[in-house]
Design a protein around this ligand. Structure first.
Ligand code: ATP
Ligand code: MG
Length: 392
C-alpha cells in the first residue's frame, strides 16, 4: 500500500507547540514571577551567593515553564560573562531519591564521571558531588521540580549546609530552588529545615479567564492552520479546565480536539470536538487509575471483561465469582468471599466502568446482570500492565 503516511494536515500547522515539552518563547502574565525567580539567582551573575527559593502554585499554573525559561536565560548569559555557575533542572518525579538527585547534578556538572547508580553509601554519593564541584570550581543552582515527589527532603539540608560544613570550597556556592504544586508544602517542612534553607517564596496564582484565553490564543495561532478553529473552541477549553489543570488541561483539550477532528477527516475544529476531547481525557485518567487498583479488584474486573466478550453481553455475579476464583488459584492467591466480590462489582458500577443491575430469580434470590461500559481492550491493557497478571 502506498501513501501510508498523511504528510499534510488540514488542521495543524505546527502541532508540536501543544506538546508538554514545548517551552513558549514568551510567557503570559508571569512577568512578576519571572522577575522574582531571576532575583533569586541574580547574585551569582555578580559573583555573589544565590538565594534559595520555593515556588508554589496549583497544577498547570506555569511553574515548570517559568523556571525553565529563567534557567535557559541564565545558562546562556553566565558563560558569556565567564561566570562559573550553572542552573541545574532536576525533575523529582523521575529523580525521586537523594542518590538519584545527586547523580543528576553530578552528571550535569561532570558528564565525564562514571558514577554507579546503586551500591554506594549516601556519604559516598555526597562526597562524589562535593569533589565534582570543588574540582570544577563550579557553583550550582539546583532547581528541584515537583519537590513533593522526593522521598526524602534531607538533601535540602545537606545542600544548604555544604558551605558551612566546609564540604565545598569558599568560592563554590549552592543555591536551591524547590517547586511544588502542593500549596501546603511548607507545612511539611521541619522548623530546622526552614531555618537552614532560609528560602524566599514565589507564589503562582491560578490564571483568570482572560489570561487563559491569551495563553490559548497565542498557542493556537501557531498550532493550527488559519481559520480552522471556530470561536467556541477556546472558551469551551477554558470552561472545561477551570477546576483542574488550568493551562495544562486547556492546552491538552485543544490538542485532542484537533486530533479528533483530524481523525474524523473534518476540516475544522468546533466545541463539539472539545467535548469529545474532554470525554477522552476522562477515560484516559480513569484507565490510569485502574493500573493502581489492589490485586483482588483487578482480578474481579479482569474476570468481568474476560466473560463479557461483546459489549452488550450480560453476565451474572455467580459467573464472575467462579472466574475470579479460577484466576486466584492460577496465581496461588486465596480468593475473597462472594460478598467482597459483590461489593467490588458495585464499586465498578458506581464508577460507571460496568453496569450491574439487579434481577430477581424468584425463589433463588437475586442476582445481577453485568455488562462492560468502558472499552474492554483498554481495560484489559491497563490490567495486564501489572506483570503479575501477564500470564493469565
Ligand atoms: N504563562 C504562560 N504562558 C504560556 N503558556 C503557559 C503559561 N503558563 C503555562 N503555560 C503552558 O501551560 C502548560 C502547563 O504549564 P506548566 O507545566 O509550566 O505548569 P506547572 O505549574 O509546572 O504544572 P504542574 O504543577 O502540573 O507541574 C504548559 O504547556 C505551558 O507551556
Ligand atoms: Mg510542573
Amino acid at each position: 500500500m502506498n501513501d501510508i503516511f498523511k504528510t499534510e494536515s488540514i488542521i495543524f500547522q505546527k502541532k508540536a507547540v501543544l506538546s508538554e515539552q514545548y517551552l513558549p518563547d514568551s510567557l503570559i502574565a508571569r512577568d512578576g514571577q519571572i522577575r522574582e525567580i531571576a532575583e533569586l539567582i541574580e547574585p551569582s551573575l555578580h559573583r555573589g551567593v544565590p538565594n534559595n527559593g520555593l515556588i508554589m502554585g496549583q497544577k498547570g499554573t506555569g511553574k515548570t515553564s517559568v523556571a525553565k525559561f529563567v534557567i535557559k536565560q541564565f545558562n546562556e548569559i553566565a558563560p558569556k560573562d565567564e561566570i562559573d555557575t550553572v542552573c541545574i533542572f532536576v525533575n523529582c518525579g523521575i529523580a525521586n531519591t537523594v542518590s538519584r538527585v545527586i547523580l543528576e547534578i553530578v552528571h550535569q556538572v561532570s558528564p565525564e564521571l562514571q558514577v554507579p547508580k546503586t551500591g554506594l553509601s549516601m556519604n559516598e554519593y555526597y562526597n562524589i558531588l562535593w569533589d565534582a564541584l570543588n574540582e570544577k570550581q563550579t557553583s550550582i543552582i539546583v532547581v528541584l521540580d515537583d519537590l513533593e515527589m522526593l522521598k526524602n527532603l534531607d538533601i535540602l539540608m545537606s545542600l544548604s549546609q555544604a558551605g558551612g560544613k566546609m564540604h565545598i570550597a569558599n568560592d563554590v556556592h549552592i543555591g536551591i530552588i524547590g517547586i511544588s504544586n502542593d500549596v501546603f508544602f511548607t507545612e511539611k517542612l521541619s522548623p530546622g529545615l526552614i531555618q537552614s534553607v532560609n528560602y524566599k517564596e514565589v507564589i503562582f496564582p491560578p490564571y483568570n479567564e482572560e489570561e487563559l484565553a491569551e495563553i490559548l490564543n497565542s498557542r493556537s495561532s501557531i498550532a493550527f492552520r488559519e481559520e480552522v478553529i471556530d470561536e467556541y473552541v477556546i472558551p469551551t477549553c477554558i470552561l472545561l479546565s477551570q477546576k483542574d489543570g488550568y493551562a495544562y488541561k486547556a492546552i491538552k483539550l485543544l490538542e485532542k480536539a484537533g486530533n479528533i477532528a483530524e481523525r474524523k477527516n473534518e476540516d475544522f475544529v468546533s466545541d463539539k470536538h472539545v467535548f469529545l476531547a474532554n470525554d477522552e481525557l476522562k477515560s484516559e485518567s480513569g484507565i490510569e487509575t485502574l493500573k493502581k487498583l489492589p490485586i483482588h479488584q483487578k482480578l474481579v474486573l479482569l474476570s468481568v471483561v474476560r466473560l463479557a466478550k461483546v459489549s452488550d453481553e450480560k453476565i451474572t455475579t455467580g459467573q464472575v465469582v467462579a472466574e475470579y476464583q479460577d484466576l486466584c488459584s492460577k496465581l496461588d492467591l486465596n480468593p475473597l468471599g462472594r460478598t467482597s466480590v459483590s461489593k467490588m462489582i458495585s464499586e465498578f458500577d458506581m464508577q460507571d466502568i460496568i453496569s450491574a443491575s439487579h434481577r430477581s430469580r424468584g425463589r433463588y434470590g437475586k442476582t445481577r446482570l453485568i455488562n462492560v461500559k468502558w472499552d474492554r481492550d483498554r481495560i484489559k491493557e491497563a490490567l495486564y500492565y501489572d506483570y503479575k497478571l501477564k500470564d493469565l
